[in-house]
Write a protein that binds this ligand. Structure first.
Ligand code: NAD
Length: 295
C-alpha cells in the first residue's frame, strides 16, 4: 500500500533511505536544511518541500533522520515543527540516534496531540542505507510497529521491535558501544601488524575468516588499508553516541570500563581535528599513540 510520507533530514543516511521509499512505491516529500538533497530526491521521483509545515501537512507518516537530540527536539517539538503541523493520527518515526530519554519525552508530547511515535534508529552505515540492508531497532507500541513494518522492510533486512518508547534507542546505544570498541581494537591490530612488517592485506584476509572476523573488519578494512577516511559515519556522531551510551548505562547502573576508555579515544580523535572523518580514522589515534607519522 502506498503511503504519504514526509521525510525530514536528507543527509548521508536520509537521502538514500528516502530514495528507497520512493522506489518501494511511496509518495515521499523531503525537507532538509540545504536544498541540493531535496532536488536529488525530486530527481528520483520524490517531492520537495520548503518547510516542515509543507512537508508534514497531509502526511500519514513522518520520518525524521537528523543528527542528534537538539535537532530532533527542534524538528519535532519546536516552533513550526512536526507536532504543530501534523494531523492527529499521524505516525512519527524518528530514525536518528538520540538518547532514550528524549524519545520518551517526544512520545509523551506527541500523545497529547493524538500523534503516535516510534523510535527506530538504524545500523549498517551509508552502504546499508544505499543497499536497503539496514538493521532497524524499534521502540513503541506493537500496533504502530506493525503498521510501519512495510516501510522498514523497504529500508532494511533486519527489523526488530525491541520494546516500548525509547527501547530502540537503548539497543542502538549498545550497538554503538560494540562498533566503537571493535573499530578501536581493529586499528590497534593494524598498527601492530604494520610495525611488525607483516603483509597487512594478507593478515586481514586470514583474520577475517576466523573468530576475529567481523562486519567491522569487512566494512572498514579498505579504509584502514588505504588510509581512506571520507565518511561514512563521522567521528563527531560517534562521539555523540558514546555520550549517549555512557549516560544511559549510568542511569541503569551498568559499568562499561572498556567503553569508557574507547569513549575517551573517540573524544581524543575529535580533539585532534578528526571529527569530520569516518570512524575508521580511530586508526590515526593509534598511530599517534605509537609515535608514528600520521598522514
Ligand atoms: P548528516 O549530518 O549527513 O545528515 C543530517 C541531515 O539532517 C542533514 O542533511 C541536515 O541538513 C539535516 N537537518 C539537520 N537539522 C535539520 C532541521 N532542523 N530541519 C531539517 N533538516 C535538518 O547525518 P547522517 O550521517 O545522515 O546521520 C543522521 C542520523 O543517523 C544521526 O543521528 C546518526 O547518528 C545516525 N546514523 C548515521 C549512520 C551513518 O553511517 N552515517 C549510521 C547509523 C545511524
Amino acid at each position: 500500500m502506498s503511503r504519504k510520507i514526509a521525510f525530514i533530514g536528507l543527509g548521508i543516511m536520509g537521502s538514500p533511505m528516502a530514495a528507497n521509499l520512493v522506489k518501494a512505491g511511496h509518495h515521499v516529500t523531503g525537507f532538509n536544511l540545504t536544498r541540493p538533497p531535496i532536488d536529488a530526491l525530486v530527481a528520483v521521483g520524490g517531492h520537495g518541500a520548503g518547510s516542515i509545515a509543507e512537508a508534514v501537512g497531509d502526511a500519514e507518516v513522518v520520518i525524521t533522520m537528523v543528527p542528534a537530540d537538539p535537532q530532533v527536539e527542534q524538528v519535532v517539538l519546536g516552533e513550526g515543527g512536526v507536532l504543530e503541523n501534523a494531523r492527529p493520527g499521524t505516525l512519527v518515526i524518528d530514525m536518528s540516534s538520540i538518547t532514550p530519554q528524549t524519545s520518551i519525552r517526544v512520545e509523551a508530547a506527541a500523545r497529547e496531540k493524538g500523534v503516535r511515535t516510534l523510535d527506530a534508529p538504524v545500523s549498517g552505515g551509508e552502504a546499508g542505507a544505499v543497499e536497503a540492508v539496514l538493521s532497524i531497532m524499534v521502540g513503541g507500541a506493537a500496533e504502530d510497529f506493525a503498521e510501519a513494518r512495510p516501510l522498514f522492510d523497504a529500508l532494511g533486512t533486519t527489523v526488530v521491535h525491541v520494546g516500548p518508547a525509547g527501547a530502540g534507542q537503548t539497543v542502538k546505544a549498545a550497538n554503538q558501544l560494540i562498533v566503537a570498541v571493535n573499530i578501536q581494537v581493529l586499528a590497534e591490530a593494524v598498527v601492530f601488524l604494520e610495525n611488525a612488517d607483516v603483509d597487512l592485506a594478507a593478515a586481514l584476509d586470514v583474520l577475517g575468516g576466523g573468530l576475529a572476523g567481523s562486519t567491522v573488519l569487512n566494512r572498514k578494512r579498505a579504509n584502514m588499508l588505504n588510509r581512506e577516511f571520507a565518511p561514512g559515519f563521522r567521528i563527531d556522531l560517534h562521539h555523540k553516541d558514546m555520550g549517549i551510551v555512557t549516560d544511559a548505562a549510568r542511569a541503569v547502573g551498568a559499568a562499561l570500563p572498556v567503553g569508557a576508555v574507547v569513549a575517551q579515544l573517540v573524544a581524543s580523535a575529535r580533539a585532534n581535528g578528526d571529527g569530520s572523518l569516518d570512524h575508521s580514522a580511530l586508526l590515526r589515534g593509534v598511530e599517534r599513540l605509537s609515535g608514528r607519522e600520521v598522514a
